[in-house]
Design a protein around this ligand. Structure first.
Ligand SMILES: [Zn+2]
Length: 469
């Protein structure tokens, strides 16, 4: 049905030409400046600037100017204008940790202990089912969900990562992607040597791409040997790319490392010399105070994944302490099999609430701080804050428009309060990545939605007999 509508729209567009072209699309002229004007602009810059009746001027892939609508209209009198009246404009959200193709395992098994869930359901399902096709369709579904919900950058670690990078490139989203390196046979690479050679080819292929950043992604300190962790870090350092890793996720990981090495996870990683600003450590639920200081000193970024941590009962990361220590903390959903969605709004909401509860202090992690984590915080963790994470002249044009007019949003007193505690993914009406409009009127453009959903249904029928719980 949607395809038919889109096709009809395409026909209409062909006859009416300019009028129904998406704003800022290639057809509108890559070098033409256009304005998104009349909204409440949350720049998320260092000063926390909010502009009522504000505008963003975009040209090509970049933001040319940000300011009051009247000022920008005067400065760009010939610019085409897209109205953001009554809406909130902010930087695109950054999903700092996920495993995108696992959308196809969403809801396959819930409410089990982590190790039972992994060993009895997820690992066998991955061994039997995960191939390049699986990864492509899972990523296409993930991109639909993330774009629709205002995620403009995602950070991924899985298998067949080349296919994930290709799908991310095709759908227009920005991604930091790393092939998972692990000390047992993976669905694609059956040995460490194969996996590291794959990773090197992968990094060389994608390095320098305008939207896809390749990364090196050793799974965790309990699944990758010391020697291999150091080899992974050396590869990331040689090619100057990020290193993605699960670190200090679960108490059993800490206990195991203490027994084996006498050190906790962060201390151990530091002893191996692999902690620096290229590292994005997912979860970080169990750092000691000394380790938090070490994370800040080494410039390690942290992907806080509160809902995944809650679902597998891993614990609650000491985010207020990490923020106070100056650690760059962003938000991630983790894979959709342990969450079970890729909705950053619900992570923002949870991140703002859970620390209040565990510390019995309602002043912790304010609404504004939670939105910062999902935008500029994630950018800082990735060392990409000079390019994304805030709306400032010269930065890449990754931004979203939220419609706060739903019943659940009214009345609107404060945009940060609304975004954190009441906004849903379905309230996102426009998404721009690298200057291109990818969602308009709440519809994901440039994707054959029906084809994706049909294929997902085929996978559901194939996988359903494995359902546990
Ligand atoms: Zn993960």
């Amino acid at each position: 049905m949607r395809t038919t509508l889109r096709f009809l729209c395409a026909l209409l567009c062909a006859s009416l030409l300019v009028s129904c072209q998406p704003a800022g699309s290639k057809a509108a002229g890559a070098d033409e400046t256009w304005l998104l004007a009349g909204g409440t602009v949350l720049t998320m810059d260092a000063a926390g600037t909010v502009i009522e009746d504000g505008a963003v001027a975009l040209r090509g892939a970049r933001i040319e100017a940000v300011g009051p609508s009247a000022e920008l209209r005067e400065r760009y009198p010939a610019a085409r204008e897209v109205s953001a009246e009554g809406r909130i404009v902010l930087p695109g959200l950054i999903n700092l940790h996920t495993h995108a193709p696992m959308t196809l395992f969403r809801g396959l098994a819930d409410d089990l202990p982590l190790m039972q869930w992994l060993e009895e359901v997820i690992f066998p399902a991955e061994a039997d089912l995960v191939d390049e096709e699986f990864v492509r369709w899972g990523t296409r579904l993930a991109c639909l969900e993330m774009l629709r919900g205002g995620v403009t950058t995602f950070v991924d670690m899985y298998y067949f990562e080349d296919a994930i990078a290709e799908e991310a490139e095709r759908c227009g989203i920005r991604a930091v992607v790393g092939e998972t390196l692990i000390d047992f046979p993976a669905p694609d690479n059956k040995s460490w040597d194969e996996a590291i050679a794959y990773t090197e080819r992968f990094v060389e292929r994608w390095r320098g791409h305008e939207r896809i950043t390749p990364a090196v992604a050793p799974h965790a300190p309990y699944t990758v040997s010391a020697e291999h962790l150091q080899a992974a870090h050396a590869l990331a350092a040689t090619h100057d790319v990020p290193l993605l890793i699960h670190l200090a996720e679960d108490r059993s990981e800490i206990d195991q490392l203490l027994e084996r090495t006498g050190m906790r996870s962060v201390e151990y990683a530091d002893e191996l010399g692999i902690l620096d600003s290229r590292v994005v450590a997912a979860h970080m639920v169990w750092p000691s105070d000394g380790e938090i200081a070490l994370l800040a000193e080494r410039g390690v970024g942290v992907a806080h994944c509160p809902e995944s941590n809650m679902k597998v009962a891993a614990g609650v990361a000491p985010v207020p302490k990490m923020l106070a220590a100056g650690v760059a903390v962003g938000l991630g959903t983790d894979g959709p099999a342990s969450n079970n969605d890729l909705d950053l709004w619900s992570e923002i909401d949870t991140a703002a609430k859970i620390h209040k509860m565990v510390d019995f202090d309602p002043t912790l992690v304010s609404a504004r701080e939670a939105v910062r984590m999902a935008t500029i915080g994630g950018a800082r963790a990735l060392d990409l804050e000079h390019e994304i994470g805030s709306l400032e002249p010269g930065k890449l044009a990754d931004l979203i428009v939220v419609d706060p007019s739903g019943y659940h949003q009214r009345p609107l007193y404060d945009p940060f309060s609304a975004l954190t505690y009441s906004t849903r993914a379905s309230d996102v009406v426009m998404v721009v990545v690298h200057g291109r409009v990818l969602v308009e009127g709440g519809e994901v453009l440039n994707e054959d939605v029906d084809a994706v959903l049909e294929r997902v249904e085929e996978y559901r029928r194939l996988i359903a007999p494995r359902r546990r719980g």
